[in-house]
Design a protein around this ligand. Sequence first.
Ligand code: ADP
Ligand code: MG
Length: 581
Amino acid sequence: MHTVDDLRKILARIDSRGYKAYKDLQGAYVYPGFTLFIDHVQGDPFATPSKIRVRVPGGIAKFPPDLFSGRVRRVALQDFLIREVHEAIRHVCLGNRGIGKSGLIAIDVGGQEVLERTAMVVTPQWVEARLSLGLPAQGRTILGRQAEAMLCQEVPEIAERAMKWEHVDEERARAFVDCVDNQESIRTQLDTLGLVAFIADGAILPRSSGASDRPLSRERAQPFRAPASLRVSIPILHPVSQDGRLTHSLTGFGIPTGVTVIVGGGYHGKSTVLRALERGVYPHVPEDGREYVVTTEGAVKIRAEDGRSIERVDISGFIENLPYRQETAQFSTDNASGSTSQAASILEAVEVGATTLLLDEDTSATNFMVRDARMQALVHKEHEPITPFVDRVRELYERHGVSTVLVMGGCGDYFDVADKVIAMQDYQPLDVTKEAQRIAREYRTQREIETTSPLSEVGSRIPVWESLDPSRGKREVKIEAKSVDAIAFGHEVIDLSGVEQLVDASQTRAIGYALHLASGRLMDRGLKAMVQGLVELFDDAGLDRLDPYHQGERHPGNFARPRAFEIAAALNRLRTLRIRE
Ligand code: ADP
Ligand code: MG
């Protein structure tokens, strides 16, 4: 191990030399109060920034053990500290100092959701932040003095401010960790309570704009209030304030298992509720407004996604008798329609264990959702390949245990199949189930049920792992997350823009590498076993090992944990995917 003085000496020696001389920095340096690891040095000022780790021993960081005991609290504290480091960087780091990424220091910080990330590790032995740092240069010439300011002043200052309990705001840290703990505890109770989701009274669901995930201001947002008939009370682990008083249980809207239809006039807040439920599979930061919107972990958003590829999915329960006798029991296409894509997405989600489907009329194919009496009269069943969702939604629940929450403002045929009908009116939910049932009896739907045979059991497909090829040019593995909704995988680009429950580019990056990892050894027993294998691996070993170039304790790269459903969704959208016959 070197000391910080050694680091200073190296920087003095390489000052004004060519950029490659920065490579001499690689190694570990003991500072007063922490160790700095310089794991990877970038090749030039414009390349991916260098990767460093700052490790503060537990005896110096002194975080109270109860803040990181157990997985949920540890993940929460880590996420909190990432945000603290991010803030400290903004305060401390001078920023741009030369060309390219010179002068930049960054941590992989998340948005409104709290996710397990590799950017921070808290153990009883140490607290470790994994950062990127742009080593400064002018032209191709090393700016040694600037590098010294970054590594010997800014980095220690960041560690001091954000990685030591004595400088962290104790109240905010506790509130953050307890809040996440409460959310996860509500999630574990949903099943026993017979619920698929919970929306606390007082929750703020709308966002400040279509381009922002932050809450709409309190002055403009209508807080959510549960309809009395569906109000439940759920105990929580740590007291919080609701309606101005401190409480050990939260009241709110419990959405029961079964079929729930959300109706209401246009612009009355239907989609906003559904979007909050989609995101509710993840915990949220305090003050998000949705921190007590909690959805069962088996919930999957389903939407139409024309143009996507589909590989050997049995969609015959929804679509049969396509023109020219195209097979639908093992349906494949490079260019799906709205309805075939929606059918495939449902079966793919159920294949890997979805227990609740979330659908919005705004993003659904109309002909997939319903066919009314007049259309049935004009276009006979033998010429219409689609069995609409309205004729399968009850069966999905009763025979397959899959609940549905559906936004449908435009079609009353769903009244016949709904267990609960909720009307959004002026952004408030009303329980209109009885009235909808009465209307369904009075105005009988003239349409006929179009199922001819029961929906078959959903089997697990076995991918041909050679159909996943991550190589490109000379690189054996070239996987890159360009954004939250695209993975460059070898020569392919996986389009994830229709996978709406992916929230973070670091999840997308993790999925790219997870597919590669799984292709070597986890695919032989089928898709479901594959994603389960990955979940177990993440539970046991964390996400650090995802990067194939990761070695020993080195900086693992920036990953956030994806759900099993989104991993499967990415594989299902890889256009080269082949499934065994
Ligand atoms: P719908 O799906 O019923 O047509 P949306 O959910 O898209 O309606 O909401 C319409 C608009 O109302 C959006 O701009 C949304 O942000 C806003 N909105 C939704 N819920 C609330 C609320 N509780 N308070 C204030 N504005 C809201
Ligand atoms: Mg809408």
